[in-house]
Design a protein. Structure first.
Length: 246
């Protein structure tokens, strides 16, 4: 199976939503195969279907002053923050393309596993916490686990959108604007704080792409743009792509 990879740099959140819709339609229509989008966003708060507005601690006026947008979206989960230094991933996958077909829980668990392995690539042991989606540092003694990656997805017609937010070099003070994911009794952390030495974003992008390929049993191929990806229609597999140097 081919897993297309789009590395897009920093993209406004609304543009990212539009891109996801186009990719979902293209996957649904059989124009392209499963695609992983990796990018960053300017500061933005997103509220999932289960979000409580009370978990945004800052006033609308303060958010406007800081230039932080707010978007209500159709993913699962509560409120989360995206911003520079955070690697955001949108897997646009047709769950029916896997053998056996993946269910929603299996899909989320595989995403968690890919991110856990990516943290391991940089010497940071992480885990799951029962009842709490995402990836967490290990607890020990009086030290509680901390959230390093959040996950929230939407699935329609068997095709996934939204995905994960992995704190690499993010300014964690921005999380003080919210109760992250509605969880008030645990802190957030970043790979920059946990790894020694702190990895560069490019290295983390490569690690995440590689681990997604392994966990989802796909050959990772990078493409330059959505246009280049759509140009594959009617061509031999991989004709319009270049192998990712991962």
């Amino acid at each position: 199976m081919i897993l297309n990879l789009l590395n897009l740099g920093r993209v406004p959140y609304a543009e990212g939503l539009g891109l996801q819709r186009r990719l979902v339609d293209a996957v649904h229509e059989g124009q392209i195969g499963n695609t992983l989008v990796l990018l960053e966003h300017p500061p933005v708060l997103t509220l999932g279907r289960n979000a409580s507005r009370a978990n945004i601690l800052a006033s609308d006026e303060f958010l406007a002053y800081r230039g932080v947008e707010v978007h209500e979206i159709n993913r699962g989960g509560d409120v989360t923050y995206h911003g520079p230094g955070q690697l955001v991933g949108y897997p646009i996958f047709d769950l029916r393309s896997f053998t056996p077909r993946l269910g929603a829980v299996d899909f989320v668990r595989r995403m968690e596993e890919a991110l856990i392995r990516s943290c391991g690539d940089f010497g940071v042991p992480t885990t799951r916490v029962p009842g709490r989606t995402g990836v967490w540092t290990l607890a020990g003694g009086s030290v509680q686990e901390k959230k390093i990656a959040a996950i929230g997805v939407h699935i329609a017609r068997g095709i996934t959108s939204h995905g994960f937010a992995f704190n690499v070099t993010a300014d964690l003070r921005d999380f003080e604007l919210i109760v992250p994911c509605g969880i008030a009794d645990r802190a957030v952390t970043s790979l920059e704080l946990e790894a020694d030495p702190p990895p560069a974003m490019e290295a983390v992008r490569n690690s995440v792409a590689r681990q997604f390929g392994r966990i989802f049993n796909g050959q990772v191929l990078s493409v330059e743009s959505l246009a280049a990806l759509l140009a594959q229609v009617g061509e031999p597999a991989g004709a319009a792509t270049a192998h990712a140097d991962l």
